[in-house]
Design a protein around this ligand. Structure first.
Ligand code: ZN
Length: 101
């Protein structure tokens, strides 16, 4: 597994599929990897689930995406977890949001 520092994603192979950058490096256990982007409400719920299971996510507001629904604006958050917890985080997310697998 490699890691793109620009996109904060764990990638297979020598090139980042998100930005196309080929300067990926081997991933470390404490690298924060992109998990998912969700609306605030669900992002908070997911963070609580992760923390309950010993995974400490970071999130920041997604500045470039504004989700417009029913005339209102919902802000979205990107959630990142350490690579060493990425698999567990994905399993927890699947359990919490099975319809999105
Ligand atoms: Zn990238």
């Amino acid at each position: 597994m490699n890691y793109c520092e620009r996109c904060h994603v764990a990638v297979q192979g020598e090139q980042c599929p998100v930005c196309g950058q080929s300067k990926v490096r081997p991933v470390r256990g404490d690298d924060y990897c992109f998990l998912v982007e969700k609306e605030d409400m669900w992002a908070q719920l997911l963070q609580e689930i992760l923390e309950d299971n010993g995974v400490h996510p970071i999130s920041h507001d997604s500045m470039d995406v504004v989700w417009v629904m029913r005339g209102g604006e919902l802000s979205r958050q990107c959630i990142y977890v350490p690579f060493c917890h990425l698999e567990l985080a994905r399993e927890l997310m699947q359990a919490a949001f099975p319809e999105e697998v």
